[in-house]
Write a protein that binds this ligand. Structure first.
Ligand code: FUB
Length: 327
């Protein structure tokens, strides 16, 4: 029997896990992580070290229950359009169906976002034969609003190729904006009712400072890098994301799910390892942050472990900054 997992401890230790997207489905907590592999292959800014080939779904009945690994839910070999690198996934429930959204490189080496379906939140998931038309880059996060409209947020710099799409088509030679130009924002797309396609062309989200000025590309403490997540609290939309090179999880808020979003502050200070990636979920009366670090491998960037901790709001709706190693 697996033990009950305390805050800021690895949820599982028998496999390496990362990029946790947590949801409450059927009254339990389900976690959809990446499944990191132990290998000696290349390690570079292109992200070749993140060579994942399948997904496992984890669940807990509640925070006093052991974690269950439901086994392999989807494998690369079963996805006709994908060639490698099953990166950060997310899941959603609608139309009596569970949807698993995931990025992977297609057979031309370009990151796209696919979808797979299941009757169970634990899978196994059956992939669609092609990726979502009009999708690109990485890190899909799907938010379903109170009116049942679903939105997909996605995009990541560097290995995630977001810079390459600035002109509407993939251009391998395009680099990011200059330091004094507005940073690239994450992308949002309204999902069709069947959750298998985009209802309209994806749009870039604007993230601005307290004066309404765009966050600049050189402002690496605040600019968007990867790993978007949107949740709703007191009728406001909270967009949280990783700052990449400065290794923080930060957030911005808006009255509209499509933005613009106003930058607010830091949720999580840097963790052990280069990447930081998260999700935020309410379970019963409390809010939780799921995140990862590399403590299980003592700092190997592509051998990560998923953890959780409680998240607290101040009375004005701001989020209290978390230091996961504070004693
Ligand atoms: O896990 C591979 C990539 O690392 C994810 O897609 C990014 O968000 C970063 O965590």
């Amino acid at each position: 029997m697996n033990p009950v997992i305390k805050p800021n401890q690895p949820l599982v230790t028998h496999i390496y896990t990362a990029d946790p997207s947590a949801h409450v489905f059927e009254g339990k907590i389900y976690i959809y992580p990446s499944h990191d592999l132990d290998h000696d292959g290349p390690d570079n800014d292109n992200g070749d070290q993140y060579a994942m080939e399948d997904y496992h779904v984890l669940s807990m009945d509640n925070f006093d229950s052991p974690v269950v690994d439901h086994g392999e839910a989807l494998h690369l070999k079963d996805i006709p359009w994908a060639s490698k690198q099953l990166w950060a996934p997310d899941a959603a429930y609608k139309n009596d169906t569970y949807y698993l959204f995931f990025p992977a490189r297609d057979h031309d080496g370009i990151f796209r976002i696919g979808v797979a379906t299941s009757a169970s939140p634990a899978g196994p998931f059956t992939p669609q034969s092609s990726y979502i038309e009009g999708s690109f880059s990485i890190d899909p996060a799907v938010f379903i609003d109170d009116n049942n409209q679903a939105y997909m947020y996605f995009g990541g710099l560097w290995g995630g190729q977001l810079e390459k799409w600035q002109n509407g088509a993939f251009d391998a030679d395009t680099t990011g904006p200059d330091a004094d130009a507005p940073a690239l924002g994450p992308i949002v797309a309204q999902m069709s009712e069947d959750m298998l396609s985009f209802q309209a062309d994806p749009q870039e989200i604007s993230i601005v400072d307290e004066n309404g000025s765009p966050i600049l590309a050189g402002d690496e403490d605040r600019r968007y890098f990867e790993g978007p997540w949107v949740h709703k609290y007191n009728d406001l939309y909270y967009l949280s994301y990783s700052t990449g090179t400065t290794h923080k999880l930060v957030y911005a808020v808006s009255e509209n799910p499509m933005g613009p979003y106003t930058f607010k502050g830091t949720i999580l200070t840097p963790v052990i390892g280069w990447t930081t990636h998260h999700s935020i979920v309410q379970f019963e009366e409390k809010w939780y942050l799921f995140y990862h670090d590399c403590s299980l491998s003592e700092g190997v960037n592509h051998k990560r472990c998923v953890k959780y901790t409680e998240l607290h709001y101040n009375e004005d709706g701001t989020i209290q900054t978390i230091d996961p190693y504070q004693k």
